[in-house]
Design a binder for this molecule. Sequence first.
Ligand code: 26W
Length: 804
Amino acid sequence: MARVTRPDRQDRTDPMKEEILAHLRYSLGKDAEHAALYDWRMALSLSLRDRMVDSWYQSTKASYTGHKKRVYYLSMEFLIGRLIEDVAANIGLTDEARAAVTELGQDYDILVHDEPDAALGNGGLGRLAACFMDSLATLGIPAMGYGIRYEHGLFEQDFVEGQQIEKPETWLAQRHAWEFERPEVSYKIGFGGHVQHHEGKAKWHPHETVLATAFDTPVVGWQGRWGNTLRLWSARPQKEFDLASFNRGDYLAASRSEALARTICRVLYPDDTTESGKELRLKQEYFFTAASIHDLLRRFFIDHDDIRALPDAAAIQLNDTHPAIAGPELVRILVDIHGLEMAEAIELARRCLGYTNHTLLPEALERWPEWLLGRVLPRHLEIIRSIEDSQQSHHPDSPRILDHGNVNMGELAFIMAHKVNGVSALHTDLVKSTVFADLHRIHPNRIVNQTNGITPRRWLYECNPALSKLITREIGDAWPADLDQLSRLRDRSGDHGFLQEFMAAKRVNKERLSNWVQEHCGIAIDPDAMFDVQIKRIHEYKRQLMNILETIAFWNEIHANPNGNWTPRVKIFGGKAAPGYHVAKQIIRLINDVAGVLNNDPVTKDLLKIVYPPNYNVTMAEMLIPAADLSEQISTAGKEASGTGNMKFALNGALTIGTLDGANVEIRDHVGPENFFLFGLTAAEVTERRSHHGYARAAIEQSPRMQKVLAQIAEGRFSPEEPSRYHDLVGNLWDHDHFLVSCDFDTYFDMQRRADEAFTQTSSWAAMALNNTAGVGWFSSDRTIRGYARDIWNVGSAIDGELE
Ligand code: 26W
């Protein structure tokens, strides 16, 4: 990759070091003597950013001059994490950066750890968007990610007496090193007001407007061959403040227009289960979607003059329904501004749009009250009615977008997209047979599957250097961009020496984690124990509750026979609950209460430990996943759309204990059923079981083991200061148990004991672990993005040969 060398430094031998010093001086206004940690970290980041710019710039120029079709990925969330190591790895400067920093007398690892973890997302959907950005750049597909530059990302989690408390996150309190502000790229975004109809034409007169301003972060792919842009929108008031009001002394009136703008980008909604129906959320959605549509149309008109060519130039992907207003917005512009007929506009917009569904949970499907949408976006509501009329005229039996006073955003997104995709094979089947069954009957070719993937750059190469180096030694260094090559490691599963090295890499990661846990949680854990990890948002359907109940049952078992031949375990949990999700918060509290008792039990403490570090985020995942032996993927079958953590664990040589849910099904197929601890009801069995009245009570009555655990919790064994603390939680299991913990509990417990047994057979365990790493190359997000490019976007790579 071309690199700019400053003329006065051409003779220096260590350009990186010089560049860091130059940034320290000229960008941060410090010299080495007075620089604080922040200054050093910023100087390093800016130096790395410099090295991305040429490739980024050339890519952007190539997309313009080559008139390439572009992908626009619209996502309310991008869960980015830290970038120093990511950027350094992608442009091949990891060693050089470390050496330069070290020579400057600084500790590279401390600098890396000083970077805030950019958490502009809640969980899987946001992290997927970040992995996709990495793959789009690696594959050389001209693309732009569009989202919101939230001032505050996902809240920071702390535990006070075992209970989650939320604190505001402040990643932008310090300057963000990677972005370029683009004050010249601004669009007016309107809200409210009324629509004027005159001679068959409609004109929207918004009541309020804010300015959307772009902030660009370059995203350079593997080996710096191609760079795309992540463009995040920030809101500014259209007028800074009203000087006349200010001079009159009416300070509140003076800054009224400022208030809306500041609020729109203030904070990420921390809820990924319940649609909160908040006007502000709707405004956020429209704000970033409209800015993005304006921006891509402006780019389109640079080298086109006929709007009818838009589908050949732009593929717009909607990451869930959050940007679904893109359909009506595009139609509005086509009809009201470009004068197209409604029918043609709808068809044209449809050819540009794709919609990805990420959840089947009814409570997470977005619906806006019609009155609210009509108040905030009056013209869009009219257009939605036209879209509904058009759909009904062609398909009188079609499900309704407007229904019982609500606007169903799923139906809207489906009807306005030429392709709709699910995120795993099972999930796509369920999308076809449940939520969108009627629409699927009407449009049988619209739904396609694109099983999720993960970027192997962040999720193996960077986070697990010990294993990466071993793999590279064995199969060469092409695997980060061609993950199927990992299958060559299968040959080594009978090679005792290699298996020992494979487990030695795991051991390094487990030791690193043990030290961290000792330091941050004050808990001593033994790297020889099995590290059993469940990290994800806390939800009833993900069944952290089943995991902690099983932990208690195991503890009981040890007590019954303290001298038994038990396999030592460390149960590791990580994850946040939505602030308003009471049951999830109770589950967190229970895990912490149980940890308090078990970790101090002299009989079991060398055999069983529970660790639940607060504030799980991308950075913590990068440390936990490489150290895991066992990956918990235990959702109620049919509920987890895909999961992507499951892929990360398998890639790093953990075995999965899991249900036939989401992508677990495909992971098991790829790694081989003998290398996967399967248990639990299938999705079809879950549906069947739910139709039996009292299924939970019946299941618990057949399980003395579960009865005992529930009795202990209900008696206050883990909350002696408040014995009734978990009465509701336990009562709910007996009486409802919507997620069938009771039905899967015994098979889960038994499979855990099988895992215990397997773990003691160290060499066969190592072979199984290796077969996981070797088997999951297919789950690279490069494969996923190739699928979208082929089946949905109809785009090519600008790098020769990349998509063939
Ligand atoms: C309306 C609020 C809201 C916000 C976010 C509702 C729902 C969501 C998302 C659908 C939640 C989410 O992150 N879903 C996850 O998406 C991942 C990527 O496809 C999947 O791997 C997970 O299974 C799915 O739960």
